[in-house]
Design a protein around this ligand. Structure first.
Ligand code: PBG
Ligand code: ZN
Length: 324
């Protein structure tokens, strides 16, 4: 049968019919809010390239998380801006490092009501801004793994529920899983940034965290966007190395990868709606060219429809209000 017996518009007639038929609906419970914790700041420092996002000193960070939780968001992912950097990024695994302090504070305040995730990387903590340890100007994979293990274990000791390695070093998930298990943290989960692209959409974030590489690019470790099968291989490897959640990042230009990953692997998929994706919407909305709320809801629903179980997004705090 086809037209005129079939009329697709019958089920679009009223808002209640459209609501009844809706298959994919955003839920703030599946969102993760990124937070920047700044060891140098006394008061919140607004990030110019990311309207309405700030770097927080520890105390105000807790208030920000409380506001986020009131919006039904149950998870945050922490990024640190340390007071000192060095060649090997050792402040990333200091017992009293900025993220370790933030984790302790959040756990003391919110306990199991909040899922605390922590980014495991070195770029915010190294003087050169690369995600790994350098030798003769090159990033050395296996040396970097030792530091990533220390970062993850120190975050677990502080009370992190989930550690999220984002350095794109080979073997990072296996190394971190075994270090966590050896240290007794068998219940700390790993969310792997498995398919992380060398993207130009990270620049507002790099500006916010002062982690841009001082020379060269991240292309020798992050993926190029012309090789989709490589992404599936990365994800497959991370699953076999013990990742509990795998991530595709950025989200919007890589929805095909999200979809393929979801159909191929029976693991939870996260998608990171990155800083540049956020700032483009904010900027166009400020110009009056688009409507922030409806555009953001459309984009986030698209990410979910592609197959993302979790969405990491700077919009997380607004979604509950927008949906009601
Ligand atoms: C660090 C890291 C980056 C992001 C998350 N973790 C930047 C990068 O790889 O250069 C980007 C997040 C965003 O743009 O919102 N490895
Ligand atoms: Zn990094």
């Amino acid at each position: 049968m086809s037209f005129p017996q079939v009329r697709m518009r019958r089920l679009r007639r009223t808002q209640s019919l459209r609501d009844v038929m809706c298959q994919v609906k955003l839920d703030p419970h599946n969102l993760v809010y990124p937070i920047f914790v700044d060891e140098n700041a006394e008061t919140p420092v607004p990030i110019e390239s990311m309207p309405e996002i700030s770097r927080f000193p520890l105390r105000q960070m807790v208030d920000e998380v409380r506001r986020v939780m009131e919006q039904d968001v149950k998870a945050v992912i922490l990024f640190g801006i340390p007071s000192k950097k060095d060649e090997n990024g050792s402040s990333a695994f200091a017992v009293d490092g900025v993220v370790q302090k933030a984790i302790r504070k959040l756990k003391a305040e919110f306990g199991d009501e909040l899922v605390v995730m922590a980014d495991v990387c070195l770029c915010e903590y190294t003087v050169h801004g690369h995600c790994g340890v350098l030798k003769d100007g090159k990033i050395v994979n296996d040396l970097t793994l030792e530091n990533l293990q220390k970062v993850a274990v120190s975050q677990a000791q502080a009370g992190a529920d989930v550690v999220a390695p984002s350095a794109m070093m080979d073997g990072q998930v296996r190394s971190i899983r075994s270090a966590l298990d050896y240290a007794g943290f068998t219940d700390v989960a790993i969310m792997a940034y498995s398919a992380k692209y060398a993207s130009s959409l990270y620049s507002p974030f790099r500006n916010a965290t002062e982690c841009a590489p001082k020379f060269g690019t991240r292309k020798s470790y992050q993926m190029g966007y012309g090789t989709p099968e490589e992404a599936l291989r990365e994800i497959e490897l991370d699953v076999s190395e013990g990742a509990d959640i795998v991530m595709v990042k950025p989200a919007l230009a890589y929805l095909d990868i999200v979809h393929l990953a979801k159909s191929k692997f029976k693991v939870p998929i996260a998608a990171y709606n990155v800083s540049g994706e956020y700032s483009m919407v904010k900027a166009a909305a400020q110009m009056g060219w688009i409507d922030e709320k409806t555009v953001a809801l459309e984009l986030l629903t698209g990410i979910k429809r592609a197959g993302a179980d979790l969405i990491i997004t700077y919009f997380a705090k607004e979604v509950k209000k927008w949906l009601s």
